[in-house]
Design a protein around this ligand. Structure first.
Ligand SMILES: *[C@@H]1O[C@H](CO)[C@@H](O)[C@H](O)[C@H]1NC(C)=O
Ligand SMILES: *[C@@H]1O[C@H](CO)[C@@H](O)[C@H](O)[C@H]1NC(C)=O
Length: 351
C-alpha cells in the first residue's frame, strides 16, 4: 500500500514536471522538447524531442503526442525491443536518431508502429544483422547504417510494400565483403548507396536497382572488369576513389553507363595505366577526376569517348576543361566535339 502511495506521489510530481518542462506538454524532464510553428497563423507545428545522452536505463521514454523528430543518440542502448518504440507519440515520428549507441540487436517488429518514419539513423552502433522485413511498411527515404559491424548485407530489407519514394542508404565503414539483392520480382527502390570503407573485393552486382549515386571508395576491389556496372543504366554519379588494391580497370568496364555524369577515379595510387577503351560508352560524362591516379601519361584519345566532358582533373595541379574557343596560352590536347576544345591549365602538359 505504501509503495502504491509513494508511486502515486512520484508520478504526480513527475507529471507536474512534464507539464512545465520546455513549455511542451508531456515532455520528459530529462528531454528537451521544442515546438516549431509555421504557416499562416502558425497553423502547422513540428515537435522535436531531444533525449540524447540520458544513459542506458532511460528507455522506453515517454514522448509528447505528435512528436515528429526524436533524438535518442548517445544512450548506450544495446537492444531495440518490440515495445521500446511503440508508445503514444512514436506513431507520428518522421525522423528517429538512434546513432552512437551500442545497438547489436533490433527486434523484428521494433519499427512496426512507425508508420510515418522517413529518416532513420542507426549509425555508430555494433549491428551485424537485421531481420528480414524489419523496415517493411515504413515510408523510409533515408537510412544511415554507417559505422556498424555488418559483414554481409541483403538490400532486400529495403523492399517495402507499395514503395513510391526512393531511398538513400549509407552502409559506409562496415566490414562488408558481400552485398546482395536477390530479387524475386522487384528490386528495392534505392536511389543512393554509399558503400565506402568496406572490404568488398569485387564490384557488387546490383542489377535491377535504379541507383543514381554509388560510392565504392576505399574498398579492397582488385580489378574492375568489362561490364562491371552494366545494369546500372540510371547511374549519374560513380565514385571509385582510394582503392588501394586496384592495379587495373579493364576496357569497357563502364559500358552501359549512358547517364553517368561524374566519375571519380582519384587516389588510386596503384592504378598502372588506363587504356582509352576503359571509357567506352560514357556518352554523358561531364566530370572526370583522376587526381593522384595513374602515373603514366594518359592518351589524348581517351577524351574521344567522352563527347560531353566539361572538366577533367588529371593531377593535383592539372585541370582541363572544355571551351568553345582555344585560349591564347592554352595548348589544345583533344577534340571533344566539333567546336569544343579541351584546354588544360598546365603549360607543356604531356598527354
Ligand atoms: C544476428 O547476429 C547475432 C549475433 O552475432 C546472432 O546471435 C543472431 O543469431 C543473428 N540473427 C540473425 C537473424 O541472423
Ligand atoms: C578530385 O579528387 C581529389 C582527391 O580525392 C579531390 O581533392 C579534388 O577535390 C577532386 N577534384 C574535383 C574537381 O572534384
Amino acid at each position: 500500500m505504501s509503495i502504491m502511495v509513494a508511486f502515486l506521489c512520484l508520478s504526480l510530481s513527475s507529471l507536474l514536471a512534464l507539464v512545465t518542462a520546455g513549455g511542451v506538454k508531456n515532455c520528459h524532464p530529462k528531454c528537451r522538447c521544442e515546438v516549431e510553428s509555421y504557416g499562416l497563423f502558425d497553423s502547422f507545428s513540428i515537435t522535436k524531442v531531444d533525449c540524447s545522452g540520458l544513459g542506458p536505463d532511460a528507455t522506453p521514454i515517454p514522448i509528447p503526442l505528435d512528436t515528429s523528430h526524436l533524438d535518442l543518440s548517445h544512450n548506450s542502448i544495446s537492444y531495440i525491443t518490440d515495445s521500446m518504440l511503440s508508445g503514444p507519440g512514436y506513431t507520428t515520428l518522421v525522423s528517429l536518431d538512434l546513432s552512437k549507441n551500442l545497438i547489436s540487436r533490433v527486434s523484428s517488429k521494433a519499427f512496426n508502429k512507425l508508420r510515418y518514419l522517413e529518416t532513420l539513423d542507426l549509425s555508430q552502433n555494433v549491428l551485424e544483422n537485421l531481420s528480414d522485413g524489419c523496415f517493411s511498411g515504413l515510408p523510409l527515404t533515408e537510412v544511415d547504417l554507417s559505422d556498424n559491424k555488418f559483414r554481409e548485407f541483403d538490400l532486400n530489407v529495403f523492399m517495402t510494400r507499395g514503395q513510391e519514394t526512393p531511398i538513400s542508404v549509407d552502409l559506409s565503414n562496415n566490414l562488408l565483403s558481400t552485398i546482395s539483392s536477390n530479387h524475386h520480382l522487384h528490386a528495392p527502390y534505392i536511389k543512393s548507396l554509399l558503400l565506402a570503407g568496406n572490404q568488398l573485393r569485387t564490384v557488387p552486382r546490383l542489377a535491377g536497382i535504379p541507383l543514381q549515386y554509388l560510392s565504392l571508395d576505399g574498398n579492397l576491389i582488385h580489378s574492375i572488369d568489362e561490364g562491371a556496372f552494366e545494369e546500372l543504366t540510371d547511374l549519374v554519379y560513380l565514385s571509385l576513389s582510394g582503392l588501394p588494391e586496384l592495379p587495373v580497370i579493364h576496357p569497357n568496364s563502364f559500358r552501359g553507363l549512358r547517364n553517368l555524369q561524374v566519375l571519380d577515379l582519384s587516389n588510386n595510387v596503384h592504378l598502372k595505366a588506363l587504356s582509352p577503351d576503359v571509357f567506352n560508352g560514357l556518352s554523358a560524362l561531364q566530370e572526370l577526376n583522376l587526381s593522384k591516379s595513374v602515373a603514366t601519361p594518359l592518351p589524348v584519345t581517351m577524351f574521344n569517348h567522352m563527347p560531353s566532358i566539361k572538366s577533367a582533373t588529371l593531377g593535383p595541379n592539372m585541370h582541363c576543361w572544355k571551351t568553345h574557343k582555344q585560349g591564347q596560352f592554352h595548348r589544345q590536347i583533344g577534340q571533344a566535339k566539333a567546336n569544343d576544345i579541351l584546354t588544360c591549365d598546365v603549360p607543356g602538359i604531356i598527354l
